[in-house]
Write a protein that binds this ligand. Structure first.
Ligand code: SF4
Length: 111
């Protein structure tokens, strides 16, 4: 079960009703993410989904109160896990900088 505090709930409602976006915003990429394709942007609502589903790549930064990418995926299977977290993020706060992970876990890079 996911529990949210008041601030998280307000941010989620605001994003869902007013600011719903299709993808993470590269310009709002948090500086606490490690370099690489995957990142979390500043619209994260700290819901814990990515950390629970892909703990090898996402963790909470307690200083800022958001999830960040602390390790980038390297193998096709790891990319699949990170991609699943990206797709399931309720606020589309996870970006992948253009990487497409195919059904067979192969990678395609958008220019
Ligand atoms: S799933 Fe999205 S909103 Fe939830 S903690 Fe991860 S990045 Fe933040």
């Amino acid at each position: 079960m996911i529990l949210m505090n008041y601030v998280q709930a307000c941010r989620c409602v605001n994003v869902c009703l007013n600011e719903r976006k299709d993808m993470a915003n590269k310009n709002e990429r948090l500086s606490q993410n490690v370099p690489g394709f995957y990142y979390v942007d500043a619209t994260c609502i700290d819901c814990d989904m990515c950390r629970g589903n892909a703990p090898d790549f996402f963790r909470r930064d307690d200083d800022i109160g958001y999830s960040v990418v602390y390790r980038q995926p390297e193998t096709p299977e790891q990319y699949a896990l990170a991609e699943e977290a990206r797709e399931n993020c309720p606020t589309d706060s996870i970006g992948n900088d253009g990487v497409e992970v195919a059904e067979n876990h192969s990678l395609n890079y958008k220019s």
